[in-house]
Design a protein around this ligand. Structure first.
Ligand code: URA
Length: 246
């Protein structure tokens, strides 16, 4: 069961708010009967018409993509660069990325056509743990990594505590591989955090999103999430939201 306005919005007829207006104006029929209430829920077998025209229903779909570097986290690009939806040619549902990874960042990215699900995951209060592996210039001292763990001051405020693990370093080449786990999702956050302690990020990959990993996928490959994984993600996002209210 889904809200009527959500189904109309997902069919690409109008935004959620516009869909609500259409309903209130008496321009929407469910199984031949005009509905003007906003709370009405419909199933996939209900026939919905807007302005007497039946809508094409779109099922919710959820994908996990191993985004390669050099791809924009968007559905189109005015400069003609490769975008993440190019990996889903032939898919009839209009999916979009849940949040974004930078052009030069590779790794785990979710895509869906379910706006409510995307908003839930991206909402600051329901931020799920994301694990990145960064190759940085220089070998950061322990004290500097401690700073990252505690939170560093960026131009948009101090970062929340992070988990940091030095995976390896190369003294000769003056580089280090560091795992960093964060719950926030600010723009270019990991790169800016390392910049704040004086170490430029040379390479960045998102390895984990909550309990999801890239296991079994190569760069450029995607798989559909199982219904159970979708439920688990929703539950995890709701759980952190609840905890933060306490
Ligand atoms: N942090 C970054 O700096 N870049 C990303 O793509 C994701 C997190």
């Amino acid at each position: 069961m889904e809200r009527l306005q959500k189904v109309i919005a997902r069919a690409g007829i109008a935004s959620r708010r516009k869909a609500e207006e259409l309903i209130k104006e008496g321009r929407v029929k469910v199984n031949g009967i005009i509905v003007t209430e906003l709370g009405v829920k419909v199933t996939s077998s209900d026939r919905i018409e807007v302005n007497e025209i039946p809508i094409e229903r779109e099922e919710s779909v959820y994908f996990l993509l191993y985004k390669p570097r050099g791809v924009i986290s968007s559905v189109s690009d005015d400069k003609g660069r490769k975008v993440v939806t190019d990996f889903f040619v032939g898919l009839k549902e209009r999916i979009f990325p849940v949040g974004r990874l930078d052009y030069d960042t590779s790794g785990l990215l979710l895509l869906t056509n379910d706006g409510e699900f995307a908003n839930l995951l991206m909402h600051p209060s329901s931020e799920i743990e994301k694990v990145y592996v960064a190759k940085v210039k220089g070998v950061p001292l322990k004290e500097k990594l401690k700073k990252l763990e505690k939170g560093v001051r960026l131009e948009d405020g101090k970062t929340a505590p992070a988990r940091i693990k030095m995976l390896s370093f190369d003294k000769k080449k003056q580089t280090a591989i560091i795992e960093i786990s964060i719950h926030e999702g600010r723009n270019r956050q990991v790169r800016r955090m390392f910049e704040a302690i004086g170490h430029e990020v040379l390479k960045l990959k998102r390895e984990r999103y909550g309990f999801l990993t890239l296991s079994g996928l190569k760069a450029g490959e995607a798989r559909e999430l199982t219904p159970h994984e979708v439920k688990q993600l929703r539950a995890a996002a709701m759980e952190t939201k609840k905890n933060q209210k306490r």
